[in-house]
Ligand binder design. Structure first.
Ligand code: URA
Length: 227
């Protein structure tokens, strides 16, 4: 049971102070009965605001199709951020949403957004070895020997001491392929190809664990069932 003012503010709808006016204005109901006081307590699942159930009261998980040119930081100054693509109230939630891992500014594709810290950890922990699939376009013809090289678990990235874990390369055409990795090192895919003499010209993440983009267009998001 949560106080209505705490509940509405923690879900980003309004401040606690504003909640009083929202409740007094008759916008909030509990089990279909209009609430009258913002300090009333209720089961979040029985509360509606303007006739609609509250959004993800137990924590939010969403998938976003990140367009090229957007950064995954919260900070200003590096260009548009993925957070500008999300409903403002998601950032006003407490805790606010964040991304599970990041994609480069020049990479498009699937990024998970959540306010559940344990999920961020579960999706990004090296131990979890979550599979991520990247669609890669390179600058010159791929060689079949790269499949074995990436699968070998011996690829070293500049400045690092441990080789990359085995990765699965599927070549689609002379200059396009899919690469499946289970780690999330800085610029990993670009650096793996660079270590073998290829420059990545375009990069798109199509899968993260069990999640895919489906028919989401660039800049669009979809709320997911929590795992
Ligand atoms: N590897 C990269 O090089 N960039 C990304 O954004 C993700 C993986």
């Amino acid at each position: 049971m949560r106080r209505l003012d705490q509940l509405l503010s923690s879900l980003g709808y309004c401040t606690r102070r504003e909640a009083e006016a929202v409740v007094k204005g008759g916008q909030v109901s509990i089990n279909g009965i209009v609430a009258t006081r913002s300090d009333q307590r209720a089961d979040p699942h029985q509360v509606t605001l303007d006739g609609k159930p509250l959004e993800a009261p137990d924590g939010l998980l969403a998938v976003l199709h990140k367009p090229l040119g957007y950064v995954c930081t919260h900070a200003d100054g590096e260009g548009p951020t993925i957070y500008e693509l999300l409903p403002h109230r998601w950032l006003a939630r407490n805790p606010a949403v964040t991304s599970a891992g990041r994609l480069d500014k020049d990479t498009s594709g699937l990024i998970l957004i959540t306010d559940i810290g344990a999920l961020v950890h579960r999706f990004t922990s090296p131990k979890a070895e979550v599979e991520k699939i990247y669609e890669v376009t390179v600058d010159h013809a791929l060689e079949p020997s790269l499949i074995e090289t990436f699968a070998s678990g011996t690829v070293m990235l500049r400045g690092e001491e441990r080789p990359c874990l085995p990765a699965k390369l599927v070549i689609h055409s002379a200059t396009t392929a899919s690469l499946t990795i289970t780690e999330g090192r800085y610029h990993q895919v670009r650096r793996m190809f660079a270590s073998q003499g290829w420059h990545v010209e375009a990069l798109h993440r199509s899968r993260f664990g069990d999640y895919t983009l489906g028919d989401l267009k660039e800049g669009q998001w979809r709320i997911l069932e929590k795992p």
